[in-house]
Design a protein around this ligand. Sequence first.
Ligand SMILES: C[S@@+](CC[C@H](N)C(=O)[O-])C[C@H]1O[C@@H](n2cnc3c(N)ncnc32)[C@H](O)[C@@H]1O
Length: 240
Amino acid sequence: MSTRTGEGSRLAQARASHSGTDNKALYKEWAASYNADLPANVYIAPTLTAQAALSFASSATGSILDAGCGTGLVAEVLARGGASSIDGLDLSPAMLAEAGKTGVYQKLFVGDLTRPVDIADERYDIVTCAGTFTHGHVGPSPALREFVRIVKTDGVVVATIIDAIWESGGFKREIEALEAESLVRVVSADIIDYVQARGDHAVLIVLEKLSQAGQKGSGHKMQSSPAVLPAGQPLLRVRA
Ligand SMILES: C[S@@+](CC[C@H](N)C(=O)[O-])C[C@H]1O[C@@H](n2cnc3c(N)ncnc32)[C@H](O)[C@@H]1O
């Protein structure tokens, strides 16, 4: 049976990863016990990511890519919330095999988010990405720009970024660049609990893709609005 010590040492290993090769080896070993090591009341990032995505009407009828899907923790919450068209991408075949057991994905495929992905422009209504923008895993570029490319106009990207690398890893800068280029509107950037009890936090970002002209399209899909940042405020805001 998994122990808290096991979970702690796996997380430490994950944060010490330096390459895709490290990550593949780590997640090959971890895949079978990952869910038991990280129950939803401990590792809440997948639940919060899915809940943010579910606040958009397109989550029920549209297509979703769960990027860095792991064993499928995000998609299980999405499916319980009514989403029915979910694909999953991950670097690790072992994690994808676990994700397949959930039965909630239409398609699962290997992909490397440190490179451009082989997915058509404007393919998805929503991209979710929980737990993958972390130490030694995936950096902001090209992944964030790729997410914006493959999401439809008015679609959304919902992702967690562990707070320790939010600024130092260049995530804040890349999101500000996407915003300055009028490619996205930052709907929210909230500090959330990540692995509870360890005191870990992440930034949960919600980006809405703007039309090519940089104007908001007419088909705005947000149902219950996460708090929108007032213009001119810094990106990061602490959830009340
Ligand atoms: C901490 S797990 C998060 C998985 C899942 N989203 C969750 O929240 O449980 C990180 C995932 O990122 C994947 N990963 C690491 N490097 C990657 C890369 N370069 N491209 C795609 N996925 C990657 C790992 O295989 C692993 O499944």
